[in-house]
Ligand binder design. Structure first.
Ligand code: V55
Ligand code: FE
Length: 486
């Protein structure tokens, strides 16, 4: 085939850009607070080549690493492809060689055995290394200064799991990184690897356990004493893959499960709790302990957010008919049994951001993206095809909500939090905001918000001279931390 498909995954804000660039001194409106000093790294999927299949999706696009460097009120932007083995093979051939999303049976025979991950989901900073992750494979290490790709990161060859999540959890007190890999023993296997890296980045623990089915295990959570793995019934099937089908199909009639184990304990001590049928969450805000209770706060929906996963499961549901809420599941660890209590905490949404220091602890507030009732129809773009147009701060203990709703024709991406030097101050949020100017014409800006009062809107904006494609996740790394690069 010739060019890019005309589907939502390749048009509008999702129209491929594919250009690596370095822009110095972005035009600034307002004043960037001087205490913001560091780098905002973002994972931006962008397909380097037109796909083999017309129905290809954004989740398959090659990872690009974007960086806003902020010093003394100035902002620079750089973006480069992560040069994965897959990217290099396709670049040499000047065409796509990998087929459908995570289906190796649809790949060109010339790439058999070539690492297929696209490293397009989350930039992770740990142990002085910058990693670009994707849950279907190993992370790629990237040089945080040049953004050059260093190579596949397997913890010095020690990680046995064939995969690593894009959502590790970093303990703010111990500096450890807790993470997992699912399909750890290969395609469609039910093995989950639960791993811990110490604060220097060395793998110190890897244990495997079995899941009741091969679930799309996108995120997990830690508390001071537990590791928590929620399994939602979006499942993989080898026969379907061999027949050229989708990796994932959502199963509306299958139970969800939550595995909870002592975070430094043995996987044999996993306790399984049975949850509602057919529900789905990709992102967890946080988990924490409250006496003998464990609370898990997450972005829950009554079905899967991705249309292609619903359709593969025979579910016909319009996006506007999907119901959800920011939801708390509470587990009483002192009681036997496999049940738990559910209550809503906030409006439906996704892409939550917690202060790093609150990870695994009781927290006062967190932020996530939602829809502004006054924001008009969402602008097309992003992995699910529609951009969020409001940011909310939720205070679970009081139920208070603060909202920044964008105007019609605007959308925003997951924010990062920049702590203030003054511990009493709330710090700042950084988020990329896109505004539709014409049919295929968008303007992209980096907004700086006051984390103590998001309703004020941007306190400063840095204007990109070219449109940006939607990011997935991002991370803030201060200059002090970057000085610890290995
Ligand atoms: C997600 C994102 C992915 C993926 C699977 O946000 C799930 C959910 C950007 O890639 O491959
Ligand atoms: Fe994610």
């Amino acid at each position: 085939m010739g060019g890019f498909p005309h589907s939502i995954h390749f048009t509008g804000l999702n129209k491929p850009i594919r250009a690596e660039h370095a822009v110095r001194n972005l035009e600034i409106i307002g004043e960037i607070p001087r205490e913001i000093d560091g780098a905002f790294f973002r994972a931006v999927p962008d397909p380097a080549h037109p796909p083999i299949f017309e129905d290809d999706i954004l989740l398959s696009a090659d990872g690009m690493i974007s960086r806003f460097s902020i010093h003394d009120g100035h902002v620079d932007h750089d973006i480069r492809f992560v040069e994965t083995a897959r990217f290099k093979a396709e670049r040499a051939a000047r065409r796509a060689l990998f087929g459908k999303y995570r289906n190796p049976f649809t790949n060109h025979p010339s790439v058999e055995g070539v690492d297929s991950t696209v490293a397009n989901t989350t930039p992770v900073w740990h142990g002085g290394r910058l990693l670009m992750t994707k849950e279907d494979g190993h992370a790629y290490e990237v040089d945080p200064a040049s953004l050059a790709t260093i190579g596949s990161w397997t913890f010095n060859g020690r990680l046995r799991s064939q995969t690593m999540t894009a959502h590790p959890r970093l303990d703010p007190v111990t500096g450890e990184m807790f993470f997992f890999g699912y399909e750890a023993n290969g395609l469609c296997t039910t093995d989950i690897a639960y791993c811990i890296a110490d604060k220097s980045g060395e793998l110190v623990s890897e244990q495997w356990f079995k899941a009741p089915y091969c679930a799309s295990l996108h995120d997990f959570a830690i508390t001071e004493n537990y590791a928590i793995f929620p399994l939602f019934p979006t499942t993989a099937d080898l026969a379907r893959l061999k027949a050229g089908g989708e990796h994932w199909a959502h199963q509306q009639d299958l139970e969800s499960w939550v595995a909870i184990m002592p975070r430094y304990g043995k996987v044999d001590d996993v306790r399984w709790f049975k949850g509602p049928k057919g529900v789905s969450a990709f992102h967890l805000v946080n988990a924490f302990e409250d006496g003998g209770l464990v609370h898990l706060d997450h972005c829950l929906s009554d079905t899967c957010a991705f249309a292609f996963m619903r359709e593969a499961g025979g579910i016909n549901r319009a996006p506007q008919d999907i119901k959800g809420a920011l939801t708390r599941w509470t587990f009483d660890m002192a009681k036997p049994g496999d049940s738990f209590v559910e209550r809503p905490l906030g409006p439906p949404g996704d892409l939550p951001r917690l202060r790093d220091a609150d990870q695994g602890r009781a927290y006062e507030s967190a932020w996530y993206l939602t829809m502004n009732p006054q924001g008009g129809p969402p602008i097309p773009g992003g992995p699910v095809g529609a951009m969020f147009n409001a940011l909310v701060e939720v205070f679970p203990a009081t139920g208070r909500l603060a909202m920044l709703g964008l105007k019609p024709g605007m959308g925003l991406s997951e924010p990062v939090h920049v702590p203030s030097r003054d511990a009493d101050k709330a710090g700042w949020l950084l988020t990329v905001v896109d505004t539709q100017m014409g049919e295929d014409d968008f303007r992209s800006e980096l907004w700086v918000l006051d984390a103590g009062d998001i309703t004020r809107g941007a306190v400063a904006r840095a204007l990109l001279p070219v449109r940006a494609r939607p990011q997935v996740h991002g991370v803030w790394v201060s200059s002090a931390e970057l000085a610890r690069t290995r």
